[in-house]
Design a protein around this ligand. Structure first.
Ligand SMILES: [Zn+2]
Length: 167
């Protein structure tokens, strides 16, 4: 089975960038963090059998790197959390794995942990559709990132304007 990452297999295995992957990086379709995670996953694949993993995107949230997978979350966590702790050591940050293929609400709840997601509503403004993500004001200090980064991440996940609502 072939591991799925945002870069091609050759680049992943050699930690270089071919012209196609380089242009993806240049136009922002992948990030430096995606590249670091992908190449490291290919390295890890030699010691741990994670070739079934589907790595979609990595988001650097400041204190935490969020790794989104469209496949089995358990593969990237590893037995007794070994894969996730290798990733964490390599990146020098805490790593959180979340699934991004199914329920978006579940993905967002995973990102916010330990803060509780109160709800997501679509609101219609004169500028179009906007997503209101409701968070408990009293827990904001426990977010794994600052509010600006959170808003950016949610925007890129939901592909919509996002307004955080602290309640
Ligand atoms: Zn490539």
């Amino acid at each position: 089975m072939l591991m799925k990452t945002p870069i091609c297999e050759l680049c992943g295995k050699t930690a270089t960038l071919c012209s196609a992957c380089r242009s993806k990086l240049k136009n922002g379709r992948i990030t430096e963090t995606d590249f670091r995670v992908a190449t490291f996953l290919y390295q890890l694949n030699e010691g741990y059998n994670i070739s079934g993993a589907s790595f979609e995107h990595a988001l650097d949230l400041g204190r935490v790197v969020l790794i989104l997978t469209s496949g089995n979350v358990g593969l990237l966590i590893g037995k007794e959390g070994r894969v996730v702790s290798e990733l964490s050591m390599h990146l020098g940050k805490k790593v959180r794995i979340a699934e991004c293929s199914g329920d978006m609400k579940k993905t967002i709840s995973d990102i916010l942990l330990p803060v509780e997601l109160l709800g997501i509503n679509t609101v219609y403004t004169k500028d179009g559709e906007c997503c209101r993500v409701r968070l408990p004001k009293a827990q904001i200090m426990r977010l794994p990132m600052d509010l600006d980064s959170l808003e950016r991440i949610l925007k890129s996940l939901l592909k919509k304007e996002v307004k955080l609502s602290l309640e």
